[in-house]
Design a protein around this ligand. Structure first.
Ligand code: PLP
Length: 459
């Protein structure tokens, strides 16, 4: 066979035309969302005040395996997809590993991440419903940027609540969002009840995704023709992100190969859920048995040290309750540079798969992550986002184990984005000023102690 190219792009004909709904093949489904007042399973209609209807439907749909990607969304995808499947020849050589390392690179659009895949879908359905305005939160800024681009394309207004530490660390993110007409508000803010409450209790807080979500939801339900959209965690977002995995699988088939290990970084779980989707399908249906590894920051270790429990998706406790691996919605992570991984919970789909033993998880410290990022930047000429570098760390560790055992495993990892807005973090690492923060058991206990009590389910 011919030598495998450094970068493989599918042709338009080879592109997937459908998203894949992983839940359809799960024998045991994720536990249902619960209404936070009645503790009864949430009904689709109950989501309508917050979400647009088509997306609420996708959120609740546990049965449909494949869902057509609307033509308009496919057209939009063509502006930046397919994303390349890359072979990390130079990294392999630098590591001296017999492993074959592939990565799917999602950073080739202005948002600099995979987030545009779901942003365009969500903006499309909002437009279809005749909405005028959307609200959301953003951590590191990638989701806010992606959604601002999608909203600008479909002519929708957007308000982005941006986690305060990112707002301060990354002023240029705000500038991009504003360039494409998004409005940015640092969170917690005094513009919402939820923000004012959090500021009263913690005046010095640097913010969290959970808190920004509360503010964005509140603004959506109190503004006419306005809904809230979320960039991760939700079933619908994992559905849209399945494009990453479907493309990867088709590309690997063209190369006549298949991963032994699939590695992804895990914040709320959307890129990981999307990347692994078709490989998990093979696992669930008994066709293949690749290992699936989630890599999370040691500073915000929801899978490796969290509880599998019902919890709020936000800090203000206004969203439905979801059963997931969580550190508690009251947990405020240290200002780790990987802003996009600072979420207290984890996608319910991935939480269930992890709980049932279909997935592994590792937690890595920030300095180790940047060590991997720098090695990768030098070898592969892509400056990775700190979030993505968690997956690089995970893949490198797998490859180094192969070096010890002499196994030539095939490793696939998700390179979710670029790190051009994270140069303060790179600078801190390069000058030796970066530190690691790993929460103590006592610190985690504070979050666990505030998990909601649900009569008969979670006392
Ligand atoms: C948001 C983000 C992540 C983490 O989010 P998931 O929902 O866990 O995928 C990872 N990498 C990048 C570049 C991001 O922007």
């Amino acid at each position: 066979m011919a030598k495998i190219p450094h970068r493989l792009y599918l042709t338009e004909e080879q592109m997937p035309k459908q998203w894949y709904n992983l839940r359809a093949d799960m024998k045991e489904k994720p536990d249902p969302m619960l209404n936070p007042q009645t503790f009864q399973p949430t009904k689709e209609e109950e989501l309508y005040p917050v979400f647009c209807e088509a997306l609420a439907h996708q959120e609740m749909d546990n049965e449909t395996r494949f869902i057509d990607i609307p033509d308009e969304v496919q057209e939009f995808y063509k502006m930046y997809r397919p994303s390349p499947l890359c072979r990390a020849y130079n990294l392999e050589k630098a590591l001296g590993t017999p492993a074959k390392i592939y990565y799917k690179f999602e950073g080739n659009n202005t948002s600099g991440s995979h987030k545009l895949n779901s942003a365009v879908a969500q903006a499309y359905y909002a437009k279809q419903q005749g909405l005028k305005h959307l609200t959301t939160e953003t951590g590191a800024g990638q989701w806010g940027t992606a959604l601002a681009e999608a909203c600008s394309y479909f002519g929708l207004d957007l308000t982005v609540f941006m986690v305060k530490c990112s707002y301060e660390q990354k002023p240029f993110r705000k500038a991009i969002i504003e360039t494409v007409n998004g409005k940015v508000v640092p969170s917690p803010s005094t513009t919402t009840e939820a923000g004012r409450k959090i500021l009263e209790a913690h005046p010095d807080t640097t913010g969290s995704l959970g808190c920004a979500i509360s503010e964005a939801v509140e603004k959506a339900v109190t503004t006419p023709d306005c809904k809230y959209v979320l960039g991760s965690v939700l079933n619908q977002v994992l559905l849209h992100q399945s494009i990453i995995g479907e493309e990867s699988k088709i590309a690997m088939e063209l190369l006549d190969t298949y991963p032994d290990v699939v590695v992804g970084c895990a914040g709320g779980g959307s890129n990981l859920g999307g990347l692994i989707a078709p490989f998990m399908r093979d696992k669930l249906t008994g066709k293949a048995n690749p290992r699936i590894v989630a890599v999370e920051p040691a500073s915000c270790p929801s899978l490796t040290r969290g509880r599998y429990a019902y919890d709020f998706c936000d800090t203000g406790a206004i969203t439905p309750l979801a059963r997931m691996y969580t550190l508690g919605s009251a947990f405020v992570p240290s200002p780790n540079h990987a802003g996009g991984l600072r979420y207290h919970g984890m996608a319910p789909i991935l939480s269930k798969l992890y709980h049932d033993g279909y997935m592994e998880a590792v937690a890595v410290e920030q300095t180790k992550v940047f060590e991997a990022a720098v090695l990768f930047a030098k070898q592969e000429t892509i400056l990775p986002a700190p979030e993505s570098a968690h997956a690089i760390r995970g893949a490198i560790d797998e490859a180094l184990r192969c070096k010890e055992t002499g196994e030539a495993k095939t490793i696939l990892f998700g390179l979710t984005g670029t790190g051009y807005f994270d140069m303060t973090a790179y600078d801190a690492y390069n000058s030796g000023r970066m530190t690691d923060h790993v929460p103590s058991d006592e610190e985690l206990e504070v979050g666990f102690s505030q998990l909601p009590k649900i009569p008969g389910i979670q006392e």
